[in-house]
Design a protein around this ligand. Sequence first.
Ligand code: 5GP
Length: 120
Amino acid sequence: MDYSYDPTNIFARILRGEIPNRTVLETEHALAFEDIHPQAPVHVLVIPKGPYVSLDHFLRDAGAEEQLGFWAAVSEVCGRLDLEAGARFIANSRDHAHQEVPHYHLHILGGRPLGPMLVR
Ligand code: 5GP
């Protein structure tokens, strides 16, 4: 698997403070912010601060502290959002999943019925 990381990607630029974002939570290991084109009333992205292109890359190469820190941030964000009626967590990886931004990000979606998981 080619996990080479492009440091000019838009989320790397957000992490460097070069592009503004609507932050939900920032911790040592993660940043959570609102998606610029929300697909649901709740649409937040959570990204690790390290240079990982996808969830599988993150799980393979991130250290235990980074991984625990990332998932702790996801938990904290979930507690701040209204997800009582349900949520969907999506991590698109590479071409077949239509990943647009090559920095691992977890979508958290909710606030309305989200329909079937996949459209054929
Ligand atoms: P992907 O298709 O890679 O899983 O999702 C990328 C997401 O990033 C899309 O939902 C898109 O709306 C969001 N996005 C792209 N550029 C920006 C940006 O500059 N700021 C924010 N907040 N979200 C962005």
